[in-house]
Design a protein around this ligand. Structure first.
Ligand code: PEP
Ligand code: MG
Length: 328
């Protein structure tokens, strides 16, 4: 099987009925960029910038951040990279950043983390913004913000980046050819106000890891809950379908970057619901591409609309059976 996946490397991820899917990888370290050439992926759909912070004993200075971002962009060449601004706090705490100044958090996943922390402690994000903007001189910078819960948070983060761009422009520094701003959708509340945010977005990326834990109120790291909530549940699939439709209507590209997209049956369901961009763990590129190339997306979309109108007792079993009957 491994050899069969390797042979697929040069083949495009196109469904049997002609839909080109953008298949990207998740990364976080400089060496992860090698996965682009190894897998033949279209780009990096999620670069987790906090990895550099997590493996460092001290706060990485702006110059060090900038060097990493530039190395990643250089190695990626023409392939796009989407940098996610630091998602720390919660389960990823930094010893040198005193984030429990408010005391121990009882629910760190729902606590002072990601964009919440970054907007309050904006020195950190200002330095990161400058590092990213300077690293992407002459190129397109794609940046996205984690844990956006309300549109103003996205707007404030974008304004912070734009202020850094203006500051650098005033000093005649070479700027990116373009900066594209996106939000992660991982807090369910954002979906209720997505219409207000969409006109301001260049792209949206659904983070199904956090989204699932918040939709089901189930800790994503709790071993007793791991088998209880299925990604192939009506709640998640209907949620994704609705978001995908809204994004298509607003002409905003939408991706899924959670682990869900790296499982072939889950990825099949996502593609059937209208998701055309996936960012997944590099090891999953071969299996997911093989699935895409054997899929009749229009037929699956029809089947999904039947299944989601009156869900059977196990959507997973039904989708598995459909895949078996349809040569996926
Ligand atoms: C997610 O929440 O789905 C996601 C991609 O981000 P992370 O796993 O880094 O929280
Ligand atoms: Mg997340």
């Amino acid at each position: 099987r491994r050899a069969a996946f390797a042979k697929l490397k040069a083949e495009p991820p196109v469904t049997r009925d002609g839909q080109r899917i953008t298949l990207m990888v998740n990364a976080g370290l400089r060496d992860d960029v090698a996965a682009l050439d190894l897998t033949g992926a279209d780009g990096i759909g999620l670069f987790r910038t906090e990895f550099q912070f997590l493996v460092s004993a001290t706060l990485p200075q702006r110059e060090r951040q900038q060097r990493l971002y530039k190395d990643v962009l250089d190695a990626a060449g023409d392939r796009p990279v989407t940098f996610r601004t630091v998602d720390v706090g919660g389960d990823k705490s930094l010893p040198y950043l005193n984030h429990d100044e408010e005391g121990e958090e009882e629910n760190p996943a729902m606590g002072w983390r990601a964009l919440r922390l970054a907007l309050d402690r904006d020195g950190l994000m200002k330095a990161q913004a400058r590092a990213l903007i300077e690293a992407a001189a002459g190129k397109t910078l794609n940046v996205m913000f984690p844990m956006v819960s309300e549109p103003w948070e996205f707007e404030e983060a974008r304004a912070l980046f734009e202020a850094q761009r203006a500051w650098l422009a005033a000093r005649n520094r070479k700027l990116p050819a373009d900066i594209r701003y996106g939000a992660m959708l991982e807090v369910p509340a954002l979906a209720e106000v997505l219409d207000m945010l969409l006109p301001k977005l260049d792209f949206l990326s659904i983070g199904t890891n956090d989204l699932t834990q918040f939709l089901f109120a189930a800790d994503r790291a709790h071993p007793k809950l791991a088998m209880r909530y299925d990604w192939l549940s009506p709640s998640i699939l209907r949620f994704v379908r609705r978001v995908a439709r809204q994004c298509h209507e607003a002409n905003v590209p939408v991706a899924v970057c959670g682990e869900m997209g790296g499982r072939p049956l889950e990825a099949m369901a996502l593609v059937g619901l209208g998701i055309e961009r996936l960012s997944i763990t590099p090891a999953a590129v071969g299996p997911v591409k093989a699935m895409i190339r054997s899929l009749d997306r229009a037929a699956l979309a029809e089947q999904l609309s039947v299944l989601l109108a009156a869900p059977p007792s196990s959507l997973r079993d039904s989708l598995m059976a459909w895949a078996g009957q349809n040569g996926v």
